[in-house]
Write a protein that binds this ligand. Structure first.
Ligand SMILES: [Zn+2]
Length: 152
């Protein structure tokens, strides 16, 4: 079980035999890997965490006032513009959007849940439909630091 006991014992909570938060590489940092395969449409896990009122690193938006701080599992989902999982923040479930082979990283689309990101960043997901810049669905694109330097 990736979650501490205080969160209870839901049969759908991620098991440490199925998932792990692992260091991926310098560019992306940590991500969540699935050790076993999942079928498209399958609910692969249920999320838990601390409900907080502010946007932090590793929070996922529940609604306009509540955010889930989950430093054990879902807070480490990586972003892709072509995600392989979808999150339902009302019932706290993670669903496979496609067949996920064993030993795959789990990728969500941060704009699926977040109005505003703690920090925007350039996307390197490599998807055909890559938006190039990761931000929340209500975010206005921030000026990139290199542009500021270039125009100074
Ligand atoms: Zn992308």
């Amino acid at each position: 079980m990736l979650y501490p006991r205080e969160f209870g014992n839901d049969a759908l909570f991620p098991k440490s035999t199925d998932f792990a938060v692992v260091y991926k590489d310098e560019l992306t940092g940590k991500g969540v890997i699935a050790y076993r395969a999942f079928k498209r449409g399958e609910v692969i896990a249920k999320m838990a965490g601390h409900v907080v009122s502010d946007i932090r690193q590793h929070t996922l938006q529940i609604d306009s006032e509540k955010h889930l701080f989950d430093p054990y599992f879902s807070g480490y989902f990586l972003h892709s513009c072509a995600p392989n999982i979808s999150l339902n923040m009302e019932v706290m479930t993670v669903t496979a959007l496609e067949d996920i082979p064993a030993n795959s990283y789990l990728y969500m689309d941060y704009a699926e849940t977040e109005d505003f990101l703690f920090k925007q960043f350039p996307c390197s997901c490599g998807a055909e439909n890559c938006r190039g810049w990761v931000m929340g669905r209500k975010d206005v694109r921030a000026i990139e630091p290199f542009r500021r330097v270039a125009s100074a």
